[in-house]
Each structure stands twice: as structure tokens, then as C-alpha cells.
Design a protein around this ligand. Structure first.
Ligand code: GDG
Length: 464
């Protein structure tokens, strides 16, 4: 079997993959079983960067990383990836920074990553590239003569044609994607939007799951990412830290219903709308006061991007308002924490919460929704309230599906969740859990790699 090379913005962790989560576990397992190389940014910003990878061997796999200069980090990572592609692909044109300097930096850094990796490649390697940081990477490699199979998986949504068209370089971006052999998206809907762009904007031709355009053919398929459902369920039930967290939470709740939200602090996650919906629940159903307790964990991310700082201020204000207006000396309606919680404890916290509150405005998949379900006690499971705009909603129709913009609708859904009978909760849980087991993270990885193995064809760069 050929060696696997995984390319992603951040590399690892390898030794403690289980603590980081299912994605790291699945990738490490695949890399170990075939002998592999994991390649990406070191996380370091240094003024004296060299175009050279630092290589570290961990058992049968190697980690190769490169540093970025302050300018590269600003233009490629903070700039084009996080201030342009991230908001645009999540339909936030209003927050998108269309700065040409960012685009140039992104192209330069994608070319640098390709230049550094190219001499490390073997002719029969299989290369799997991840996410929006590397849209242009495959074509850069092809220009250097790489003929290996290269697959790409997009973790975030692919936007509608007219939204993508707002990007000044949308045509070059999409053209570059045709250097890959397989393009994987989270959902069928993402595939459809990609196809729609290629057919209508670039006059390509669709034929089953293949797309012909720019003199190249790519396989386009949905590979909904999963979690290690069995492992997560086991952790929530038996792990020492999970049990401790479960007991601590249950005791402090004193019979109240806990609603839990866990997100990276990001404007796509709809946390402000969620706070409004919770306030609406307290307003419209006064009997819920003192009976519910909402815990929102939102660890800060991308703190050096302006839009994230502004969102933090808004959420601080809203949580203060809710607690000020509804709180009582012995009841805090909303606990809002900006610190991350250890993964094991998190699983216990999910299990102690009767309602999982997952209402992103847009999300490629959303793994929190899956983790919440996997962590439940099968005898007395909680209820998932899930946004229709999370990729996960297509696989999890047994959740209470809501429109996160409809504040009243979401408040009502919380109330329905509170009163759901044990029998209905069990039925929904069993259906959801069966799906999580069937489409877990190992299945995601294997499906993607088989699709890539099925397209054994030397690749050429896309010209133009
Ligand atoms: C991107 C896409 C897609 C969160 N807070 C803590 C913590 N987490 C963990 C969760 C979960 C992960 O982070 C978040 O994953 P999501 O899928 O919910 O969201 P993104 O980070 O935006 O991920 C997304 C995903 O890629 C995979 O393809 O599903 O759509 O946007 O695992 O548990 N973990 C710990 N402490 C925290 O406080 N330990």
C-alpha cells in the first residue's frame, strides 16, 4: 500500500491524539498503518524562516513542519484564510475582507508549502490535503511535476455560486481545485453547490460523480465526517474524569435541567442568537426560571482577528444582561465560560446535560452535535436541539431541527425538549446513535481513501 501524506494547516498531536479528538485519532491511525507523513505549519511565527521542513519521527510516522514569517502569517492565515475564505464560505459577505494583498500572500504561502514538500515526496505516495487553507496547494504541487494521487477534503461549507462570485479570484480558486483527483465535501448540498458553480459559471460538464472542466476530470463526493462514536460513548460512561465532571455537574444542578452549548468562540456558531433564544424561553415560559440552567463553553479562538474581538464584547454584554435581568441570588440563569475544558470532562458534562444546544448559523458539519449524542446515557438520554444550517442536520433528522434565526422557534424547541417523554427521547437517541456508529470517523477516512485509490491517474497542472 502506498505511503499516506496528510497535509493540514496544523499537524498532530500524535502522542496524545485521543485527547485531541476523533479527527486526530483517525488520521494518526491511517498514517501509522501505512507509514506516513503529516505535513503543515509548525504554529511558529519567526522572522528568520527558511524554506525547509523540520522533520520529527514518531514511531512509523513522520511529522514535517514549516514556520511562517510574520507577514506570511498575517496574509495567508489571519488574512486570506480567516478574514476572507472563512467568513465568505459561511455566507458572511459583510465580514469578508477582500484585500488583494491577502490573496497574493495566500498564493505565495501555498506555493511555499508545495515547494518544501515536493522533495520529500515518493513517486507512489497518496496525498490527502485538508481544508480551506490549501485550496491552491494541489495545483502548485502539480506545477512542480507531482503526479501522485492528490485528494482534497473541505471541512467547511462550500458556498452558493453567487456568494462565491463575490470573491475577486473565485475563478482561479476553482480552477486550481481541478488539480486534485478527488474533491470531498461534507454534504451532498455542498457537492451540488460546487457542481452548480462549475457547470454554470465555468461551463463544465457533470457526469455522475465526475466533473469535467479546464481539461481535467475530478471526482466530487460527499464524505460526512464522523466521530469515534463508540470510543466517545465509552469515555462518557466510564472515564474517571468524565464521571467526576458528571457528578459535580449533577450535584450543583440540584434537579434543574441543564442546557449545554460548546463551541469555538466564532461568529458562525450563532452564540448571540442562542443567548437571545434562551432569554426568550425565560420570558415566554416563566415557569422555566430557576428550573433551567444554561452553560455555554466558548473557548476563545483567533483572538487576533478584529471580528472575533467584537463578537466577544457583544457576548459579554448579552450574558451580563440576561443574568442581571433574570438571575436571583441563588440562581444564575446563564454561565458563560471562555476557557476550554479537557475533552474527558467535556464528555461527562454532555452526559449531565438534558439538552444539547447546537445552533450554528452555518457549519460544515459540527462535531459537537455528534459528541453530545454519543455521550448520553442510553437509559435516560438528553435531547439535541440542532440548527438546520449545520451539515450534521442532514444525518441527524431525529434531533429537534431549528432555524437559528427564528428566536421564538428556538425558544419553543427548548421547551419541547424539556417536556419530551422518556420513550420519545430513547427512540430518537437510538436512531441517532445507530447513524453515528455507522458513519463514524474511521468510515469517513476509509471511504475517502478508497475513492482516491479508485482514481489512479497521473495528474497534470491546470493551466491558465
Ligand atoms: C471545523 C468545521 C466541522 C470545542 N470546545 C472545546 C473542545 N471543542 C471541540 C469539540 C469538537 C471540536 O472542538 C469542534 O468541532 P466542530 O465540528 O463543532 O467545529 P469547528 O472547530 O468549527 O470545525 C466543522 C469540523 O471542522 C470537522 O470537519 O465539523 O463544521 O467548522 O470536537 O469537542 N474540546 C475541548 N474543550 C473545549 O472547550 N477539549
Amino acid at each position: 500500500m502506498s505511503r499516506l501524506v496528510v497535509v493540514s494547516n496544523r499537524v498532530g498531536p500524535v502522542k496524545d491524539a485521543a485527547r485531541a479528538g476523533g479527527l486526530a485519532v483517525a488520521l494518526v491511525e491511517a498514517l501509522k498503518s501505512r507509514g506516513g507523513l503529516w505535513y503543515g505549519w509548525s504554529g511558529k511565527v519567526d522572522e528568520h524562516v527558511q524554506d525547509q521542513a523540520k522533520i520529527e519521527n514518531v514511531g512509523s510516522l513522520s511529522l514535517a513542519t514549516v514556520d511562517l514569517s510574520a507577514e506570511e502569517h498575517e496574509e495567508y492565515y489571519n488574512g486570506f484564510a480567516n478574514r476572507c475564505l472563512w467568513p465568505l464560505f459561511h455566507y458572511r459577505i459583510d465580514l469578508t475582507a477582500f484585500d488583494r494583498r491577502y490573496y497574493e500572500g495566500y498564493r505565495r504561502v501555498n506555493a511555499k508549502f508545495a515547494r518544501v514538500l515536493h522533495p520529500l515526496l515518493k513517486p507512489d505516495d497518496t496525498i490527502w490535503v485538508h481544508d480551506y487553507h490549501f485550496l491552491a496547494f494541489g495545483n502548485e504541487l502539480r506545477h512542480m511535476g507531482a503526479e501522485q494521487s492528490i485528494g482534497f477534503f473541505l471541512h467547511i461549507p462550500f458556498p452558493a455560486r453567487e456568494v462565491l462570485a463575490a470573491l475577486p479570484h473565485h475563478d482561479a480558486m476553482v480552477r486550481g481545485l481541478f488539480a486534485y483527483d478527488v474533491l470531498g465535501f461534507q454534504t451532498e448540498q455542498d457537492c451540488e453547490r460546487f457542481r452548480d458553480y462549475v457547470v454554470r459559471e465555468a461551463h463544465g460538464r457533470a457526469e455522475g460523480d465526475r466533473l469535467h472542466c479546464f481539461g481535467r476530470t475530478v471526482t466530487v463526493r460527499a464524505f460526512p465526517i464522523g466521530i469515534d462514536a463508540e470510543g466517545f460513548a465509552r469515555m462518557a460512561e466510564t472515564d474517571k474524569d468524565a464521571r467526576k465532571q458528571y457528578e459535580k455537574a449533577t450535584k450543583s444542578l440540584n434537579g434543574r435541567t441543564q442546557i449545554v452549548g460548546v463551541d469555538r468562540l466564532d461568529y458562525t456558531k450563532g452564540i448571540a442568537e442562542r443567548f437571545h433564544a434562551y432569554e426568550r424561553l425565560l420570558q415566554d415560559y416563566p415557569e422555566t426560571r430557576r428550573e433551567v440552567s444554561y452553560l455555554q463553553i466558548a473557548a476563545t479562538s483567533r483572538g487576533d482577528v478584529q471580528e472575533y474581538r467584537e463578537m466577544r464584547e457583544e457576548l459579554d454584554g448579552l450574558s451580563g444582561h440576561i443574568n442581571g435581568a433574570y438571575g436571583e441570588f441563588d440562581w444564575t440563569p446563564l454561565r458563560y465560560l471562555n476557557r476550554p475544558m479537557a475533552r474527558r470532562s467535556l464528555s461527562g458534562l454532555y452526559r449531565a446535560s438534558k439538552i444539547g444546544f447546537v445552533t450554528p448559523l452555518r457549519d460544515g458539519m459540527n462535531l459537537v452535535a455528534k459528541e453530545y449524542v454519543a455521550a448520553q446515557d442510553p437509559e435516560d438520554p438528553g435531547v439535541l436541539v440542532l440548527s438546520r444550517f449545520a451539515g450534521a442536520s442532514y444525518q441527524m433528522p431525529e434531533a429537534i431541527i431549528v432555524n437559528p434565526y427564528d428566536i421564538k422557534g428556538v425558544a419553543d424547541a427548548l421547551q419541547i425538549a424539556r417536556y419530551m417523554s422518556l420513550q420519545e427521547r430513547r427512540e430518537r437517541f437510538e436512531a441517532l446513535m445507530a447513524g453515528l456508529r455507522r458513519e463514524d470517523v474511521a468510515n469517513w477516512r476509509d471511504e475517502f481513501l478508497s475513492a482516491l485509490a479508485a482514481v489512479a491517474r497521473p495528474g497534470n497542472p491546470v493551466e491558465g
